[in-house]
Design a protein around this ligand. Structure first.
Ligand code: SAH
Length: 252
C-alpha cells in the first residue's frame, strides 16, 4: 500500500515537473520558429565539409563557428521574397545585383580566419551584413566596408536592430582598408578581385590571416588564404574554386 502511494506520488511529481518543461520547449519553438530549418542548413554544411575535406584540409569545422552558423537568423538578412529560401545552402540575391554567400562558403571563410574572442576583424563587402553578424559572435570587434551606400545603410540598421553591437559599417571603397583602425587580426574579402590589395596586406597583423576570392569574372576564382608570419613574411595558398560577385570601385 505504502509502495503504491509512493509510486503515485512520484508519478504526480514527474507529471508536474514535466509541464513547465513542455511549455519551455514550445516557447523556444515559438521564439525561434526557423530553428529546425537552421539545423537542416547545418547538416548540409557538414556534408559539404566532408565532400571538400581534401581541398580545404579539414574534416570538420570549429564548434564555435558552427554554433554561430546555427544561431544567426539568416532569414533576417535576405529580402522578404527570399525568406522562405533563407536556409537553403546556396547564395541568394539581396538586391542591387549583389548576393548573400552560400552558407557553406560563409562557414568555410569564417573557419579559415581561425577567429579568437579578442580579435578585431576587417570585412570588405558588407552586403547584407550576414557574414559580419557571424563574425560578431566570435570576435570582439568587426569593421565592415561596403561600397554601395544604400546596402551599407541598410545593413548598419539591420545589425543594430538585431543587437550585433560590436560591428561598425562604413560606406567606402574597401580597397584601401580602414587605416584608422588597423592593424587587424584577420581580414575577409567577400567580392572577387584580380589581385590581393597591398593596403590590406599592410593592415594585417604579423601572425594574421586573410581570406579572399582571387580571380575575375572571366577566370576561375580561387578562395585564397593569405598568411602573414610573425616575422612579416607573406604566403598565399589557393584552396577551392568559387564564384563571387566582382570587386568594384577604383581597383579591380
Ligand atoms: N558578405 C556579404 C556578401 C556580400 S556580396 C554578406 O554576408 O551578405 C559582396 C559585396 O561586396 C557587395 O555588396 C558589393 O557591393 C561589395 N563590394 C564590391 N566591391 C567593393 C569594394 N571595392 N569595397 C567595398 N565593398 C565592395
Amino acid at each position: 500500500m505504502q509502495m503504491k502511494q509512493l509510486t503515485l506520488f512520484l508519478v504526480l511529481i514527474i507529471s508536474i515537473l514535466s509541464v513547465p518543461a513542455g511549455i519551455a520547449s514550445d516557447d523556444l519553438r515559438a521564439s525561434d520558429p526557423r530553428a529546425e530549418e537552421r539545423a537542416g542548413m547545418i547538416a548540409e554544411i557538414e556534408k559539404d565539409v566532408r565532400d571538400t575535406a581534401e581541398l580545404i584540409n579539414r574534416r570538420s569545422f570549429d564548434r564555435r563557428v558552427m554554433d554561430a552558423m546555427g544561431s544567426v537568423p539568416r532569414h533576417e538578412f535576405v529580402p522578404k521574397n527570399q525568406r522562405r529560401n533563407a536556409y537553403d545552402n546556396r547564395p541568394l540575391p539581396i538586391g542591387r545585383g549583389q548576393t548573400i554567400s552560400q552558407p557553406y562558403i560563409v562557414a568555410l571563410m569564417t573557419e579559415l580566419l581561425e577567429p579568437e574572442p579578442a580579435d578585431r576583424v576587417l570585412e570588405i563587402g558588407t552586403g547584407s551584413g550576414y557574414q559580419a553578424a557571424i563574425l560578431s559572435k566570435l570576435v570582439s570587434e568587426v569593421f565592415s566596408i561596403e561600397i554601395i551606400t544604400e546596402l551599407a545603410d541598410d545593413s548598419r540598421q539591420r545589425l543594430q536592430h538585431l543587437g550585433y553591437d560590436n560591428v561598425r559599417v562604413r560606406a567606402a571603397d574597401g580597397y584601401d582598408g580602414w587605416p584608422e583602425e588597423a592593424p587587424f587580426d584577420s581580414i575577409i574579402v567577400t567580392a572577387a578581385i584580380s589581385h590581393i590589395p597591398p593596403p590590406l596586406v599592410r593592415q594585417l597583423k604579423p601572425g594574421g590571416r586573410m581570406v579572399i576570392p582571387v580571380g575575375t569574372r572571366f577566370q576561375t576564382q580561387y578562395l585564397t588564404l593569405v598568411e602573414k608570419s610573425p616575422e612579416g613574411e607573406v604566403t598565399t595558398r589557393q584552396l577551392i574554386p568559387v564564384i563571387f560577385v566582382p570587386f568594384t570601385g577604383g581597383h579591380q
